[in-house]
Design a protein around this ligand. Sequence first.
Ligand code: TXA
Ligand code: MG
Length: 367
Amino acid sequence: MIFPRRQIEESFLIMSKRTRVFRVDPKAPEAEAIAIAGRMIRAGGLVAFPTETVYGLGANALDETAVAKIFAAKGRPSSDPLIVHIARFEQLSRVAQAIPAGAVELGRQFWPGPLTLVLQKAPCIPANLTAGLNTVAVRMPDHEVALALLQAADLPIAAPSANQFSRPSPTSAQHVIDDLADRVEVVLDGGNTPIGLESTIVSLVEDEPRVLRPGGISLETLREALPNLRYEPSYLADDAPSAPAPGTMLRHYSPRARVILFSGADAAEVYAAMRAEINSHERVGILASDADAREFAGLDVAIERLGADADEAAHHLFAALRSLDQQGVDCILARAPERRGLGLALWDRLLRASVGSLVEVGTAPSD
Ligand code: TXA
Ligand code: MG
């Protein structure tokens, strides 16, 4: 339905009467907006802000009441702990303790950047932030808006992705507003986030370092610094009998439509299987690289192009899932990416979005 302009503006105002949106320069954010946002964090409010990965929904990490507001705003289960963001190295020893030398080394090498380290938590971190665990996830984001906000607030900031629980993570301020308008006091709009997928999470509290979630820094890069880094993907369904370890819940990045992931070594066979699936659904959306998109030209499907390579696909994936939902498709078909570089994180997000609907075409790849 098309509304006259005046009506759109009014409905927007009603929708977001509690939310102030400030457009900021992503490279050199305006001091006034940052000061207002920093004061809001210090006052116990919620501020959504861009990072290099996705938008975060931030609150004072040392304030239990403020942290509780994050869970309420997102509809996030209290069993799923948050990441603490810091702007300076000195803040690490404030939020974590018994920090191994390896953690400092990793931080020096990869921070600011899309790497989250799980360490033993310091006593000042409230129990609700870590879902009762004695560990805490920490990272230093590589984005001028996030760093300026952290400096202005002069506090560590707890921030999950700023989406409604189980919706695709937000890569633009509009996604945040679509999910959380009225539940967040301030949104800093710094444009689209550069990477588009969340940080890589590495646990350093076990005998050997272990990847809990693949993300913005590839395993290949991390293994140059940590040759014994382990990664054993494990996914638990919603109805699994035991409580899932943080980050292993299968349903996580779900658009409203059903997602089916097609994997196989022979591209032609994979396309054929995808095309054969189209008629079984009312309205189909396709996630495709620029090269793959032509395989579906002329068919009655909604195509979201993910670009030329894994980096571009990472940048576009969550926006594409949201867009296909808006176009009202009931099923989304995607070809599984190669599991290397950022492709591994893409694979993980697509598999979670598909809630296990993986079709192996022909002989499974041997990796
Ligand atoms: O890139 C990112 O990491 C973004 C931006 C905003 O920084 N944040 C983000 O947060 O993706 P969130 O809450 O959507 O995902 C955090 C993940 C969750 O899967 C949670 O289970 C895991 O981190 N996590 C947090 N604390 C943990 C802990 N102590 N042990 C194990 N996993 C933890
Ligand atoms: Mg999230």
